[in-house]
Ligand binder design. Structure first.
Ligand code: DAV
Length: 377
């Protein structure tokens, strides 16, 4: 399939083929949402965010937007088409027949909401109440793609009820302690139950015919089963990463760089019994370089491991946050052209360079990278 910027086509099967069209989020109106069960479980116990909520200070929004705009321009200068979402008013209270909460979140991280698999863009269920309506920010773009590309499939996973039955009350305390959390997460005792399918799109990595999905706080087993039924031609693999006390989203933990090569967070190692898929097919899993920073920026949900949250532009080129010198050096030594992108002012709004983007078009088709499946071996 050949790419032309005049003609909109949705097509992306993996995390590394040459990127031609992408959505980059915006920081406008982003809020720190009020407490709710799953969000509380994710905010680190010693975080400066505990106990405060409401719109983020305008000067931080402006600083984040400056870096997001600069990133978008840098991609455009490399010939990539960039679209931006339409923020809704996140400061409004939101409600369904089952619950209400004081505000929404934002639309800086499209990766959390939109999962592109081939010609399909799938809206995730999401697992926080504050993010229930976030898909609305992307509807104008999805409408445009749907109208322009007769093969585009616009899908939405079943909207969840998100009642208290979805969350384990054990996680309601903010004094659980990291040790207990590590024990629970290693036992796959996560904050979300299996009441109904729940997933954020950023828990899924695409490897052609195989989808690798993190089971953790934001994605439950019922959703992994739902994804398998929804994508019957794919093979869906559940993975989990003991060592992470707040396991949400796979993209600061396990990062495919090109066919045959993955970086894994050394503090969140893929367990031996889950390595068969990669080992039997000649894929190398290397340890990612340690982050350059000892702590995240103020009012940030994510860990220092956003260092690994890189955006691969093609199998030889990768965007890395500019201050992450260890990660820059590691990828340079691996032979990549490394594009440094200043992005730390945007971290607090929903993550790094991978989080802040969602694929619309990458070249290439659906390849089988794992012909030897573990269950057949
Ligand atoms: O390490 O805090 C952040 C992932 C954001 N999408 C972490 C995970």
């Amino acid at each position: 399939m050949s790419w032309s910027p005049e003609k909109t086509t949705v097509n992306s099967w993996n995390e590394w083929d040459p990127l031609k069209h992408v959505i980059v989020g915006v920081a406008d109106g982003c809020c720190i949402p009020p407490p709710e069960p799953a969000l509380d479980a994710k905010v680190p116990e010693d975080s400066d965010m505990r106990g405060q909520w409401g719109p983020r200070p305008q000067e931080t929004v402006d600083a984040a937007n400056a870096q997001l705009d600069n990133f978008a321009k840098l991609l455009e200068d490399r010939g990539i088409r960039v679209d931006r979402p339409d923020p809704i008013d996140f400061s409004q209270a939101i409600a369904t027949p089952d619950w209400e909460t004081g505000s929404g979140f934002g639309c800086m991280p499209p990766r959390d909401v939109l999962l592109t698999v081939g010609s399909e863009m799938l809206e995730a269920t999401m697992s926080y109440r504050c993010r229930w309506f976030e898909y609305l920010c992307y509807r104008p773009l999805l409408k445009e793609y749907y109208e322009a590309d007769p093969k585009m499939r616009h899908e939405a996973a079943p909207k969840p009820r998100l009642t208290d039955a979805d969350y384990r009350p054990d996680y309601l305390s903010d004094r659980i302690g990291v040790e207990k959390r590590l024990e629970w997460t290693a036992d796959k005792f996560f904050v979300t139950t299996d009441e109904e399918p729940l997933f954020d799109a950023a828990d899924t990595l695409r490897f052609g015919r195989d989808l690798v999905v993190q089971h953790g706080f934001t994605t439950n087993l019922k959703a992994i089963d739902w994804l398998q039924r929804h994508f019957p031609e794919h093979r869906v693999h559940a993975v989990n990463f003991p060592g992470d006390p707040y396991p949400i989203h796979i993209d600061a933990t396990f990062t495919p760089l090109r066919p045959g090569l993955i970086m894994n967070n050394p503090d969140r190692r893929l367990p031996d019994d889950q390595r068969g898929l990669f080992e039997k097919n000649g894929w190398e899993i290397i340890e990612a370089a340690r982050p350059a920073h000892n702590s995240p920026p103020p009012l940030c949900y994510s860990s220092v491991w956003l260092s690994m949250n890189v955006l691969v532009l093609d199998p030889k080129t990768v965007c890395v946050e500019a201050s992450e010198v260890n990660q820059l050096e590691q990828l340079d030594k691996l032979g990549f052209e490394v594009v440094p992108v200043p992005f730390r002012d945007a971290y607090a709004f929903g993550g790094g360079l991978h989080c802040a983007t969602a694929d619309v078009y990458r070249e290439g088709g659906c390849e089988d990278y794992f012909p030897h499946q573990p269950r057949e071996i």
